[in-house]
Design a protein around this ligand. Structure first.
Ligand code: AMP
Ligand code: MG
Length: 504
């Protein structure tokens, strides 16, 4: 098998949106976890990645052509790897200058299925965009990204994923507390690293040609071929809007709270990215906030779809001039029409996926709007009930097939009457049977529960990776109950007051 060839297609296509930048040389790099399936999918031999040359590649020690440089070898005069610049709205306020502060883009490659993927190294040292940051990443948060990414991927949610997590051999200043932490590098695989914030940066700092080149590149990377109907910019807006609507519907039904949905953490690909202060709901709580920096609850669980649309509106603003250069009013009208499409898309995706979780037939183009609306109404009633009676979000759905769900409610009467409504929506016959049979695949047994994830990361900090491996094993086959992983199934104790402090 030939190793995949790394490119820097973004730097070649988009001027002034990245700088060549060399990753630091870590003193004593070691693999903490290698995603062997993903390695093969990319075209890498996992055994080779474990060798010194593979470790050199995974830590960004590459020559001017992107080939690994053995330990002690000289860094190239002009680095192959790059640091990307972007801007963004952080908690609602524009920040004109952000970027890869502690990461480099190792390159992009064509994977074994013909898809172009980015390889990105987080924790590779300070770059020109580091501002006051130290360029370091601690092991805990990098493992967290790996676990959350694998979990979401296994649940069918578009997401960036970890190819590997390495320790650097350094102890770094803690983000919190006083105990130094192991330094780490996350090797992240993404459909691209184009963010809403990337296009904001271009709109705020670059000329029209550079902005056009960026939109062309984004379109080439993310739009299916041959669909262009209007302007490329408008097509891109439409694609991103739909992809994000689909993503948010999935997050909401899984009880996933991203925690820091700034525009620089929203991709054009529709993949989730930057899982810093994220968490899954235990008890269903619409106002759940797990991030210590989100004091106002801007990114609370129930606020997420609205925030996605807010972010998309900022994205649309950056595209107006490119949509119609002569007639800005016409461009605004067209962009508005696309944004108005977010809600129906979201509701449709949400309805269909909720139906799958409840075992109600609703697939295919034939599922009519009224039926889906009834399913969503039933869902709203359910979530109010779960919230009132402090019922576990994930545990509830799985109990529908595995246990007696009524037993989860202190007062089961409202649940029982709600459930009659579900049975009526389910109906009978072959399609009802099929929907029922599919429920176990829509409702995970294992998600990265806050308490269990935190315990695994604490153990990793102390040098014991076994709990992190067990959690990875659980979430990578999330719907398949295994006796030896029983301890990872429920919410554990104390998760409801869980808070994350780590940055992304
Ligand atoms: P986030 O909100 O965590 O997605 O990141 C905001 C910005 O801060 C990004 O541009 C990061 O690259 C940067 N950043 C976060 N931590 C560090 C660090 N330790 N050193 C340098 N830059 C950082
Ligand atoms: Mg970020």
């Amino acid at each position: 098998m030939d190793d995949p060839v790394l490119h820097q297609s973004y730097a070649a296509a988009a001027a002034d949106l990245s700088v060549p930048w060399q990753a630091e040389t870590p003193p004593d790099p070691a693999l903490a976890w290698l995603n062997e399936d993903l390695a093969r999918e990319l075209g890498y031999d996992p055994a080779w990645l474990r060798e010194p040359a593979g470790i050199a590649l995974l830590t960004g020690q590459v020559d001017a052509d992107g080939h690994p440089v053995p330990a002690g070898g000289a860094a190239p005069e002009r680095p192959f790897t790059t640091a990307q610049v972007y801007a963004g709205h952080q908690f609602g306020s524009p920040n004109p200058q952000l970027g890869d502060g502690r990461a480099v883009l190792l390159g992009d490659l064509l994977d074994t299925t013909g898809r172009r993927r980015d390889l990105h190294l987080k924790g590779a040292g300070a770059t020109p965009f580091a501002r006051a940051g130290d360029g370091r990443a601690p092991l805990g948060p990098m493992l967290r990204e790996a676990v959350v990414g694998e979990s979401l991927h296994a649940l069918g949610v578009p997401t960036t994923r970890a190819l590997a997590v390495l320790t650097t051999g350094e102890q770094i200043a803690p983000r919190q507390g006083v105990t130094p932490e192991p330094g780490a590098i996350l090797v992240r695989v993404a459909a691209s690293h184009l963010r809403v914030g990337t296009v904001e940066y271009a709109a705020w700092h670059l000329d029209l040609d550079a902005r056009r080149a960026l939109v062309q590149y984004a379109a080439a990377r993310h739009l299916p071929e041959g669909v262009e109907t209007k302007s490329t910019a408008l097509d891109l807006l439409e694609h991103v809007t739909r992809a994000q609507a689909e993503l948010l519907a999935q997050w909401m039904l899984l009880g996933f709270v991203h925690g820091v949905m700034n525009t620089d953490n929203m991709t054009l690909s529709g993949e989730g990215i930057d899982y810093g202060p994220c968490a899954f709901l235990d008890e269903h709580r619409s106002g759940a906030v797990f991030s210590s920096i989100d004091r106002g609850g801007r990114y609370a669980y129930a606020a997420q779809p609205g925030i996605a649309l807010w972010n998309l509106s900022r994205f649309a603003e950056t595209l107006i001039q490119l949509i119609d250069e002569e007639d800005p009013n016409a461009a605004v009208e067209q962009a508005t029409a696309v944004l108005e499409d977010f809600e129906p898309h979201y509701l449709d995706a949400y309805g269909r996926r909720l139906a799958a979780k409840l075992g109600i037939p609703a697939h295919g183009e034939g599922a009519d709007a009224e039926h889906l609306a009834a399913i969503r109404a039933s869902g709203a009633e359910l979530f109010a009930l779960l919230e009132e009676q402090h019922v576990d979000h994930t545990g509830f759905f799985r109990a529908l097939t595995d246990a007696d769900p009524a037993a989860l409610f202190a007062d089961p009467a409202p649940f029982t009457s709600w459930y009659e409504g579900v049975l009526a929506l389910r109906g009978s016959g072959a399609s009802a049977e099929a929907a029922l049979a599919g429920m176990d695949r829509a409702n995970p047994v294992y998600i990265p529960r806050n308490v269990h994830l935190e315990a695994a990361l604490r153990a990793a900090h102390l040098g014991d990776l076994a709990p992190a491996y067990a959690l990875l094993d659980a979430v990578r086959r999330p719907c398949e109950r295994r006796a030896e992983l029983a301890h990872l199934e429920g919410p554990g104790d104390g998760g409801e007051h869980f808070m994350t402090f780590c940055g992304t």
